[in-house]
Design a binder for this molecule. Structure first.
Ligand SMILES: *Cc1c(COP(=O)(O)O)cnc(C)c1O
Length: 420
């Protein structure tokens, strides 16, 4: 019996396809690091790897959002299956919300409600995939794009973000990488992991490059409006008449509720190009294959968007600005670490690790493993987001934790620095 099963299941004709990429995702790496924490240490662990501050008391979501959800549940209006692409009231509310920042109005039909921004990016990549196609992704970036591309057999070509230029896109590289089979380019703005916020002019240059290459821009704006530096947040959809844009977003980050799984995929395509070349149909076909967010969160979304008071957002921004400044200035004083760019948005800093100045640290993963073991601090190796020998550190936590964590990192680096 066993042999017969083996014969069938180990048959190369029945190989798992599509292949899932081998790269470790962020949660897997954090799990590995946690296993390296010491058994006996009186100090609390400081978590600076994941961008999910929802459990930190000062980042709790607005009571208005919580009440909207409760009300939606109690109304008994949202106990049924949601329609394909989402409740029309939810689609309308998201269209209005995004139209506030655009030179034209989105219609409810431009909006597809998804299980978080992740499902939106997955549907987008699958909708664009076809045999022989390739997609241009930023490096560093968000590894879910790489794993999804592998999942739908889409070849990945990376363009660099340039730290010396405020982590802007290397547009010459984009042009050099693209060919007839390129089906899109992805940007993440505000940027994870670099916390950059692109200027109006840079976004316009991206749109013009994409137009020349006849590819859409997929703009991940899951951190939209979480900005506190010089550059205001400009959605890519502003340039929709230059080139069609697929905007991806969710309430996960701005409202600090990633567990609510409410996101969107929006086609910002005022010239109707997407419809004419079949991209809209292909997105719909993909989405019909997936599950939608639970109906009551969709039912709550109009109130969440319309009624959350402005001071909830300004308070979040104030906290993030304070934390990012503290983080940036403390890292400046730590031996063997440098931070080339002061965060302008989002929740992270990218920190360069000068391995050659360290005694017994071989690379970023080794650094993070030893840091966990010796100091009970969890940070993310840069390799995990595409840049070896960097670290991604989140500052979205209580200031006292952050100070404690950064002090332990300082002590760790001092201990491992070569004596000069
Ligand atoms: C968190 C994140 C997502 C996923 O968002 P969800 O709404 O939680 O699915 C997508 N893209 C980037 C860049 C992110 O940081």
């Amino acid at each position: 019996m066993e042999n017969k099963w083996k014969k069938k299941w180990e048959n190369p004709e029945l190989k798992l396809t599509p292949q899932i990429s081998n790269t470790l995702n962020i949660k897997d790496v954090v799990y590995l690091l946690k296993r390296n924490l010491p058994d006996q240490d009186q100090r609390p662990t400081v978590h600076l790897a994941l961008g999910d501050p929802s459990s930190v008391p000062c980042f709790r979501t607005s009571p208005v959002a919580e009440d909207s959800l409760v009300q939606a549940v109690r109304s008994a209006n949202f106990n049924g299956y949601p329609p394909n692409f989402g409740l029309s009231s939810a689609r309308r509310a998201i269209a209005d919300y995004l139209s506030r920042d655009l030179p034209y109005r989105l219609s409810a039909e431009d909006v597809y409600v998804t299980c978080g921004c992740k499902a939106a990016l997955e549907a987008t990549l699958s909708a664009l995939a076809r045999p022989g196609a390739n997609i241009l992704l930023p490096r560093p970036g968000f590894p879910r794009y790489e794993s999804r591309a592998a999942f739908c057999n889409l070849e990945v070509r990376h363009f660099n973000l340039l730290p010396e230029n405020g982590w802007e896109v290397d547009l010459d590289a984009v042009e050099a990488l693209a060919d007839e089979n390129t089906v899109g380019m992805v940007i993440i703005n505000p940027g994870n992991p670099c916390s950059s916020v692109f200027t109006y002019q840079h976004l316009k240059n991206i749109a013009e490059t994409a137009r020349k290459l006849m590819i859409p821009v997929i703009s991940d704006e899951v951190y939209g409006h979480l900005v506190y530096g010089e550059n205001p947040f400009v959605p890519m959809g502003v340039f929709g008449s230059i080139v069609p844009v697929i905007t991806l977003g969710s309430i996960s980050k701005r409202w600090m509720v990633p567990g609510w799984r409410l996101g969107w995929l929006v086609t910002t395509d005022p010239t109707g190009l997407f419809r004419k070349v079949g991209v809209v149909d292909s997105i719909k076909k993909q989405l019909i294959q997936s599950s939608y967010p639970v109906t009551f969160i969709q039912g709550a979304i109009p109130n969440i968007i319309e009624k959350t008071p402005a001071d909830f957002f300004s308070r979040t921004i104030h906290l993030l600005k304070q934390a990012s400044e503290l983080c940036f200035s403390r890292i400046d004083e730590i031996p063997c670490l440098t931070c080339p760019y002061k965060p302008q948005g989002c929740l992270f800093v990218m920190v360069k690790l000068n391995v050659s100045q360290m005694e017994d640290i071989s690379d970023d993963m080794d650094f993070c493993l030893k840091l966990a073991k010796e100091e009970c601090v969890i940070t993310l190796p840069g390799a995990n987001v595409g840049l070896k020998n960097w670290l991604r550190i989140t500052f979205a936590t209580e200031l006292s934790f952050l100070e404690d964590g950064l002090e332990r990192i300082r002590v760790f680096c001092q201990r491992h620095a070569k004596i000069q």
